[in-house]
Design a protein around this ligand. Structure first.
Ligand code: PAF
Length: 326
């Protein structure tokens, strides 16, 4: 892969000789994400930057590109291969187009809570899923978090699946999410995230679904009236780098990146929790009608056909193992 630093010394694969720190070559890593600079992704990546720069004695510099300035998630993942970006923090949403096996985690109502998800993803199952990225030319350094997704819209309060009927709802470009919303009666419309705010503002779609920290940091309260805490999908994120780039680094650099990603990812998961606690009430103050007390059973029942459709593809045992992880 070609290096993509902004100048010669900022080349991520450059053979720069400046290696005063235990043989680590000087380089810059460009990391892209789609969220704003007030988001949980940005907070986690600031921690990652701090850790990498400290552990490498300043030999490695991390540059963060927020706001989809390097493209939407799918586009940036493609960019790993072309070399327009070195690392991407992406949710698993776009993975159905790259490594569909990984999207088992996108099944609705699969995880009971964040602790359950962390146990699965940090354990053998999650590590096996990350390995599946390798045959697609990617290395998943560790699992991070986007959070439990919730429905917002501009038409009516959603309290039961029937209320979703006919709502044009933007989803990620993810087959499973789309199938789930079809079963719940909505009209799912896949769209890259950078187009979403304008699409909501102009009424191209009636609603969308995202975790509270996204709804807050992307200011969706300015263009959406109703929020229901449906928590229909736990959405993890992955810190991605191209496999060939990763393989080209010394063991010291590989370990440094792996350790920093794990530590920053754990920190970022806490930020997600803190932001959800803090911003849910503030969304109400901004004028959103927020429904927290919702009977999720009918929603869970409505999406059962999605399990029937995908359980063979992912394997019934894998789904059971995930569900039964305590
Ligand atoms: O809705 C999405 O596309 C994702 O949740 C986002 C905001 C890009 C974060 O990964």
């Amino acid at each position: 892969l070609a290096a993509c630093g902004e100048n010669e010394s900022a080349s991520s694969s450059g053979s720069d000789s400046g290696s005063d720190s235990g043989g680590i070559e000087k380089m810059t890593l460009k990391v892209g994400h789609t969220l704003s600079d007030t988001s949980h992704y940005q907070e986690g990546l600031k921690k990652f930057k701090e850790l990498v720069e400290e552990k490498s004695d300043g030999q490695i510099t991390v540059e963060i590109f927020p706001n989809g300035s390097l493209g939407g998630e799918r586009e940036m993942i493609e960019g790993l291969d072309i070399g327009t970006v070195d690392m991407v923090l992406s949710s698993t949403g776009p993975m159905s187009g790259f490594a569909p096996e990984v999207t088992v985690v996108d099944l609705p109502f699969l995880f009971r809570d964040a602790d359950h998800a962390h146990k699965v993803l940090d354990g053998e199952i999650g590590q096996d899923l990350l390995k599946k990225l390798e045959s697609e030319g990617m290395k998943g350094l560790s699992w991070w978090e986007n959070g439990f997704r919730n429905v917002t819209n501009n038409v009516r309060p959603v309290e039961k699946p029937e209320d979703l009927k006919g709502l044009k709802l933007r989803t990620m470009e993810n087959e499973i999410h789309m199938a789930a919303f079809e079963e719940m009666g909505a009209d799912p419309t896949p769209m890259a995230f950078p187009e979403l705010f304008t699409a909501l503002q102009q009424g191209v779609v009636d609603g969308e679904e995202n975790p509270v920290p996204v709804i807050w940091s992307s200011r969706f309260y300015e263009v959406q009236d109703y929020l229901t805490m449906t928590r229909h999908v736990y959405n993890p994120s992955i810190m991605l780098i191209s496999k060939s780039k990763f393989d080209g680094y010394s063991e010291e650099v590989q370990n440094l990146l792996l350790e920093s990603s794990k530590e920053a990812g754990d920190y970022e998961r806490q930020v997600v929790q803190d932001m959800e606690d803090k911003y849910l009430s503030q969304l109400e103050e901004k004028g959103m009608n927020v429904i927290t007390d919702v009977d999720l059973e009918p929603f869970e029942k409505a999406v059962q056909p999605v399990y029937d459709k995908y359980s063979e593809q992912f394997g019934k045992d894998l789904i059971e193992n995930i569900k039964n992880t305590k």
